[in-house]
Design a protein. Structure first.
Length: 688
């Protein structure tokens, strides 16, 4: 089905595509073929008619004056952003020839690079996967956001599973841990506020005094990367005071004796020294958690972006089983609910197209080192071509000076599917115009609730834009002239057909999606009330023996950060998203830029005073990897010894052509091979 005729005045139901747990249902008003307004769908219970400030301005993104609306071929140096318009046939024909030539030598020299620019199953991971599987390209380890927490949760619960978000409204105690929910999970915050009105106590655990911390009853402002120490100290107090559900532990957990011994090594005084907290804060929180029913934890991915992030998630995930919180539908923990999504990924991605080939896997979080490595017998061939879509690695990947240098290689053939000339697109040999969410079909799950949503195109594509799936389908047609395998029918499926494939042979009725725009996945109100975890043992695995096979401690433990303060670099830096940005996706929307004003670094007044820094001063933030120029904000949100580089601006918007990722490193987390964005030491000085 196509968008409605230009003469129609209608409202079209869709879904927000962005990397956010809320996955809102959208209603787009279209007048004479033009989208005039995007609103939350009041009929969708989780959305409730409310959108964040970013997505409510989505028409600004779709109709942005700088949007790429035709294929572009590079006409200047890499990184210059100089391009010449070309036809689709010319662009796709040349891309196909270049990729085919490289693949004839070694297809593993070709790398796809994508992440969550859209969370859609069709535009995010369908036809693209088919194309690269047929090609035999290197595989991408997609780790840049959530893999540490996801793998840790899976090691403990057996999957990305947890309590249903709507039941937080019935909780009596909510720990909001590593999450600025007002910014990153607005609709969870609505349930938390309902619980608060009904007498619940809200506790925020975060190194930054966030907007969420402002609205909670208490804020534990711990040092970055120390969350596991706090969790172990809470366990210590639960044990010492016997605030335990012994029956639940005996019947539904594995490894209690070993975890108990580990936790007893962490009295509150020890954790307080590590976390930079008062001992009384820890004992009070333990008492509240051990004696309040039902108690719930909303965990988010901020606290897993340090060396010990996976262990921290495991430690926190053990807490609900210790006190029997899972017995209540309003008790337990939620990090991600995406494990209940029913999508038929194998049918979408067709991994069988690889045949007997087993290409190497390259980690997206180390893309700087990947692109600069010359290749060898151990590493494999040097990357000769990269195809980027749904991501902006030059801005978002760690140690961005190396990333930019890698993309600046003249011998690296680079294709970017994009809406705008981002930092990455500036380095491309070809930029191909992609559709926005208002212009294509897609289907979405969620990692914050348990619904499936359908996105219908509200308008015809602007200019010559095509959906990601259509671009890879057309590229396959050009490849078919060189390799007949690409002529197979599965490369010509329509986007709507791919949406149907995503839910084929699942519990989701596509016709119901067409009618309502969303469908509920059947999930128990209290999924682990009687155990039934998805682990091999069927229990909450405090001690997971399978981790030993990967060289990982089978018990959760505290691991200090890679980078702790030194005389040269005495300040810890974290870089959470600015309230009006989402990674780099909205950093060029004028109304949102005005809200954020300019790149900022939040400092504690004491740290500013010792450096002669006043609010608004220009700053040089630096370490051995590079330097970033921004402005000081003394707004009371940073704790002493910690600075907060609010992200994520494009590099080209920075005063010296950088953003905060100039300072981050490429070392990986303990579990999940993920980046350590919040494990970074810096120094700051005022610029004259």
């Amino acid at each position: 089905m196509s968008a409605l005729p230009d003469s129609a005045v209608t409202t079209v139901t869709g879904a927000c595509p962005h990397d956010c747990p809320d996955t809102c249902s959208l209603r787009t008003t279209v007048i004479n073929g033009v989208a005039t307004r995007v609103q939350g769908n009041a009929d969708h219970p989780h959305t409730g008619g409310v959108l964040c400030a970013k997505v409510s301005k989505y028409t600004e993104r779709t109709y942005h004056a700088d949007r790429v609306l035709q294929p572009l071929k590079r006409s200047g140096p890499k990184g210059s952003g100089q391009f010449t318009p070309v036809s689709w046939d010319e662009a796709l024909g040349d891309i196909a020839r270049r990729l085919h030539t490289i693949a004839q030598r070694n297809p593993e020299a070709i790398l796809p690079y994508s992440y969550a620019g859209t969370m859609g199953q069709v535009q995010g991971e369908s036809m693209d996967r088919r194309f690269f599987h047929q090609l035999g390209a290197s595989l991408l380890d997609r780790t840049i956001c959530a893999s540490a927490g996801s793998e840790a949760l899976t090691a403990t619960y057996g999957g990305k599973l947890g309590m249903r978000v709507e039941f937080f409204a019935e909780s009596q105690l909510i720990l909001i841990w590593g999450s600025n929910a007002i910014t990153s999970s607005l609709h969870f915050w609505r349930y938390a506020q309902e619980a608060k009105r009904n007498g619940a106590r809200l506790v925020c655990i975060d190194p930054r005094k966030s907007e969420t911390a402002d609205k909670c009853h208490e804020h534990l402002q711990l040092l970055p990367g120390t969350d596991a120490a706090l969790a172990l100290a809470l366990m210590h107090e639960l044990i010492r005071n016997d605030w335990l559900d012994h029956d639940y532990i005996a019947r539904h957990t594995l490894g209690w004796d070993a975890l108990k011994a580990r936790a007893l090594e962490w009295p509150p005084a020890r954790a307080a020294a590590v976390c930079g907290l008062q001992e009384a804060q820890i004992t009070a929180l333990a008492r509240a958690y051990g004696t309040t029913r039902p108690a719930a934890i909303r965990l988010n991915y901020g606290m897993q972006r340090a060396r010990g992030g996976g262990n921290a998630v495991r430690a926190i995930a053990c807490l609900p089983a210790l006190v029997g919180a899972w017995r209540h539908r309003a008790g337990g923990l939620l990090l991600s609910s995406s494990g209940v999504s029913p999508f038929n990924k194998a049918a979408l991605q067709l991994p069988q197209l690889l045949g007997d080939r087993r290409p190497r896997t390259l980690n997206m979080s180390t893309i700087g080192d990947v692109l600069l490595h010359p290749g060898d017998a151990h590493w494999g061939p040097q990357v000769e071509a990269v195809v980027v879509y749904n991501s902006n690695p030059v801005a978002v990947a760690p140690e961005s000076a190396k990333v930019a240098a890698g993309f600046a290689r003249e011998d690296l053939f680079t294709v970017v599917l994009e809406h705008f000339l981002t930092d990455t697109a500036d380095h491309a040999d070809y930029v191909l115009p992609a559709t926005t969410q208002l212009e294509h079909w897609d289907i979405h799950g969620s990692y914050g609730h348990t619904d499936v949503l359908l996105n219908r195109p509200a308008i015809a594509p602007e200019g010559q834009a095509r959906s990601n799936a259509q671009i890879f389908s057309a590229l396959a047609a050009h490849m078919a002239r060189l390799d007949p395998a690409f002529a197979a029918p599965h490369f010509q499926a329509s986007d709507e057909a791919l949406c149907r494939t995503a839910v084929a042979q699942t519990a989701v009725d596509f016709d119901a999606l067409l009618q309502h725009g969303f469908a509920r996945i059947p999930v128990a109100d209290a999924p682990f009330a009687e155990g039934g975890f998805a682990t091999p043992s069927g229990k909450c695995e405090f001690d997971n023996p399978l981790l030993a096979q990967r060289g990982i401690n089978t018990l959760p433990d505290y691991l200090p950060n890679y980078e702790t303060p030194t005389a040269a670099y005495p300040l810890a830096m974290i870089s959470p998203p600015a309230r009006n940005f989402l990674n780099s996706s909205f950093a060029n929307v004028a109304s949102l830029q005005r809200m954020e004003e300019r790149p900022l670094l939040e400092l504690h007044p004491d740290d500013a005073a010792t450096r002669g820094i006043a609010d608004g001063d220009a700053l040089r933030v630096f370490n051995a990897r590079g330097e970033h120029v921004c402005h000081a904000s003394l707004n009371g949100r940073a704790r002493a010894g910690v600075v907060v580089g609010l992200g994520l601006w494009w590099r080209k918007h920075g005063a010296n052509g950088t953003n905060v990722n100039e300072l981050t490193h490429q070392q990986l987390t303990d579990i999940g091979r993920a980046p350590c964005f919040y494990d970074c030491a810096v120094q700051v000085e005022r610029l004259a």
